[in-house]
Design a protein around this ligand. Sequence first.
Ligand code: GTP
Ligand code: ZN
Length: 189
Amino acid sequence: MKECDMKKVEEAVRNILEAIGEDPEREGLKDTPKRVARFYQEVFAGLKEEPGDYLNVQFTENHEEMIIVKDIPIYSMCEHHLLPFFGLVHVAYIPKDGKITGLSKLARVAEGYARRPQLQERLTSQIANSMEKILTAWGVLVVIEAEHMCMTIRGIKKPGSRTVTSAVRGIFKSNAATRAEAFSLILSG
Ligand SMILES: Nc1nc2c(ncn2[C@@H]2O[C@H](COP(=O)(O)OP(=O)(O)OP(=O)(O)O)[C@@H](O)[C@H]2O)c(=O)[nH]1
Ligand SMILES: [Zn+2]
């Protein structure tokens, strides 16, 4: 897991500015390479951690019913255009053997995987896979609704269109009633 090479990003941004016909030395742009480097360091910080590890914070509680954390806001960067996509993550799981994790840890996992060059589908399955592996729950369900800037400000230009992805594991896959209950709780206001 490599640290962000700030000098390399700065040099690349200076090159881009030159390539588009700008003067990287002019007043308004002279600090831009540094700013963009800090910005990339922040939005790609998830590359230098293993976000699933947050789930190792676990408690024992006699609760084998559904736990849902919904409406977790995320900002990620689409790996095709390096433009943001953003929206809401909803996660659900049914713990096994009393193994539950901290609620904030579920949001930290979503945040960690979002802070990488991503595809929405991969982000969805990485969150679900880490929950399935580390929580060893009866079932895991992850839904993401997001808007992609690469479909908004360029190309096809369809602002407001939203992409919904889901990843379903364990009992949520095998039991339609359990899955329907999770979806109705997630989609209710
Ligand atoms: N499946 C998926 N596609 C994505 C995601 N983010 C961006 N894309 C798509 O990636 C595709 C890249 O297509 P290309 O034809 O290589 O690139 P492009 O010429 O910039 O495509 P347009 O966006 O159609 O102009 C586009 O259809 C994007 O909408 C994502 O998270 N998941
Ligand atoms: Zn894109």
